[in-house]
Design a protein around this ligand. Sequence first.
Ligand code: VGL
Ligand code: ZN
Length: 243
Amino acid sequence: MHDTQRRSLLKSATAFGLVGGLGATAPFFAAAAAKIKPAANSALIVVDVQNCFIDGGTLPVKGGAEVVPVINKLAGAFENIVVTQDWHTAGHASFASTHSGKKPFESTKLSYGTQVLWPDHCVQGTEDAALNKDLKLPTAQLIIRKGHHKDMDSYSAFEEADHKTVTGLGGYLKARGIKTVFVAGLATDFCVAWTAMDARKAGFEVYVIEDATRAIDLNGSLAAAWKQMAAKGVKRIQSSDIV
Ligand code: VGL
Ligand code: ZN
């Protein structure tokens, strides 16, 4: 066997834990697990980690609080962090209570298409709409608020539900030279998925950090969202791929 061949064989044997005792392999695995290092032109987008989407809020996402420590840990790996807030008017078009005879989690047709109707949630300036107090992102540079037009929803942090009105986030990230975005937060199948897909549309490389998200999962919406994201080239990773 050629010497370089032997060396690379030894390297892969080490990677699979075939060589060396536990003392040698355990730290090796710990270091090898994190394989993606966010660059200076990468940004973490933390979507809607607000009281409304956490137990005790108006539209709680199952396990929503569990994303908080994961995101806090991820934050240390990013030079650039953007935070979003769902930020609705009272009487917003996405609220079931705005439409007579409609109940939360039913749908209706609005000018821009089908709209799922939600319980009243994330009303501007309320404690329910505040970022969760355990979220610690002191280095975050921008908070973008979305869904503030009374007649239109905006799951995406990039563009509103008419797919025309922009929030400005794409322009901001491009002006700052960002090429890659990592998306985390709530909820996987609504605001995270739409944000990730619109980021692709805007030309960014996009990763969704699955264990830093939790889903609403309404009528199979979670599986559908992952399928649509994959079709658009969104990459699905875990926080252990980074930290
Ligand atoms: C969201 C439903 C309604 C979200 C926001 O953040 O995923 N979902 N408004
Ligand atoms: Zn909303």
